[in-house]
Ligand binder design. Sequence first.
Ligand code: SAH
Ligand code: SF4
Ligand code: F3S
Length: 437
Amino acid sequence: MKHYHIVTYGCQMNVHESEKIAGILSELGYESTERMEDADIVVFNTCCIRENAENHAYGNIGMLKKLKAARKDMLIAVGGCLTQQKGKAEELHKKFSYVDIIFGTHNLVKLKEYILKKQTQKKVVIDIEEKDGEICEDIEPFRTSYPNAWINITYGCNNFCSYCIVPYVRGRERSRRSSDVINEAKALIDAGYKEITLLGQNVNSYANGSDDLSFPQLLKEIAEIKGKFRLRFMTSHPKDFSEELAEVIAENPKICNCVHLPVQSGSDAVLKAMNRKYTAEDYLKKVEILKKHVPDCALSTDIIVGFPGETDADFEKTVELVKKVNFSSAFTFVYSKRTGTAAAEMPDQVDEVTCKRRITELIDLVNLQTRVQSAKYVGKTVEILCEDYDVKKDLYLGRDEYGRMAYFKGNRDLLGEFVNVKITEANGISLYGDIEE
Ligand code: SAH
Ligand code: SF4
Ligand code: F3S
């Protein structure tokens, strides 16, 4: 039996794409292995959203040199967003001459072809397609995240936020047909999956400009599928977040009251330079609309500090906004210059010390808010979808509909079950409790 090992970097989209890679490899007769040294093919599914994501991949590919020297028959393939950047495939080949296959984001579907080709030629196989990848409905993902399942609804992005590389490496926005999405959701629920997450860089613009269902209509259709399951989606761009969507969330109990709405900054000047197309006030209005319909809705966000030209006064506005909204969680990033984006050309790149100071202050604030919210859980009973088992802690874990993680003891296999957990302890972001049977 031949084995594969996939290393994934980056977002949920990439995690799901790795499931598709696994699907292709399974079809070729490979089985998964946890141990890289046992693999006949190692695939790196890379990310380039920030410099450290790129460096992480470079480091790991570099570490494989020794293993490849000892195991000449082992195939190494590198795909994903990193390879899709201008000139990167050749750079990768020069740096890591022992890599066998380099492919981009638009031609994942041809991976099988590349593997077969590499088996008949000595030369590296490099294929980076410039044209946007067509939507392929033929790859059967090998899902590894039961009871959760991801479904792509759009690929690519048209927004060109000035700091972001995604539109360059994923191409223009393309939407899948709603019938394909709905059928996939039905099949997954029939197969016993308990949580469906719809994926897109900007789900609110799903099927824009076509006569297919709008995003809120699509959500509603999926929420009406029979069976007990949770429905989530990400990511929502604030500029396209509509009142209709808030209403659909409110009216359908299967849609989690939990929205990821990246704000990026609280300063209008920075938001404008970022090309986000909303002001801090517009953002707060959207939050108000959402809370009007879904008062208990948890809100999470993404924030960048140190965007070119960001002053202390701009940063203070971000702090103010975070205090006002009281996010349930926030992913905070130091701006990373991406070659080819508009922001990379902007003057006044912020120095490292200032970035460090700002990110530390922001993380402290976000952690404090999270701790205060967690503490309120103690004594309450919440419905948790049991999603995993932590071997080290000897505890099961899962999340409530708001996305809050809880650990608990179980004396039978609880994976994929909804259980009521009485929270006894809050520790930072995590909760601990006991099952109420
Ligand atoms: N499509 C999603 C998110 C994509 S990337 C959206 O629009 O929200 C996830 C997050 O990475 C972004 O929300 C942003 O906060 C961060 N990010 C993107 N490019 C970045 C860069 N160059 N430097 C630092 N953070 C970045
Ligand atoms: Fe990047 Fe903006 Fe598109 Fe999100 S919406 S992927 S941040 S360009
Ligand atoms: Fe995702 Fe990274 Fe690509 S965040 S879309 S894998 S650049």
